[in-house]
Design a protein around this ligand. Structure first.
Ligand code: FES
Ligand code: FES
Length: 157
């Protein structure tokens, strides 16, 4: 066991973790934030994606200890009070989800992209989401959702 401290959705977290515990396990099972999914636990689906210091990462492939001192954002951190983030609104408005299992992973990968570049090309959106799999929606609506969110971010800028 060792102590790890990091910032989760803007709040400091200090807890004891086993060296073998993944960030995904700690977020879900120790801290109770179930928005981050775990579809494969082997780095193959992207459903566990969170943002760590501005980069989309698979939380199942990162030890919790590696989060030391970092800023971690999960889907629960996207919303601002009662207001959804534009990326969340766009997925709803453009049918970017069906069962929703993959959705938080797509949201976090998309958010990481749009925080860096609010004018992505369609190809850049595809490239940013290449590590996220969806079994039911079809990717076109997901890509459309991200491009629509980019327009919303541009208007806010
Ligand atoms: S659960 Fe992490 S990539 Fe599938
Ligand atoms: S919405 Fe069902 S797996 Fe993507």
């Amino acid at each position: 066991m060792g102590t790890v401290s990091f910032y989760l959705n803007g709040r400091r977290v200090d807890l004891f973790v086993e060296p073998s515990e993944s960030l995904n396990f700690v977020i879900r099972e120790r801290l109770g934030l179930m928005g981050t999914k775990n579809g494969c636990d082997t780095g193959g689906c992207g459903s566990c994606t969170v943002i760590v210091d501005g980069r989309a990462v698979y939380s199942c492939m990162m030890y919790a200890m590696q989060a030391l001192g970092k800023r971690v954002v999960t889907v629960e951190g996207l919303q601002n009070g009662i207001h959804l983030d534009p990326i969340q609104e766009s997925f709803m408005d453009h049918g970017g989800l069906q069962c929703g299992f993959c959705t938080t992973g797509f949201l976090m990968s998309s958010k990481a992209l749009l925080d860096k570049d609010q004018h992505p090309s369609a190809q850049q959106v595809k490239d940013a989401l290449v590590g996220n799999l969806c079994r039911c929606t079809g990717y076109k609506k997901i890509f459309d959702s991200v491009l629509a969110a980019a327009e919303k971010y541009q208007k806010q800028a």
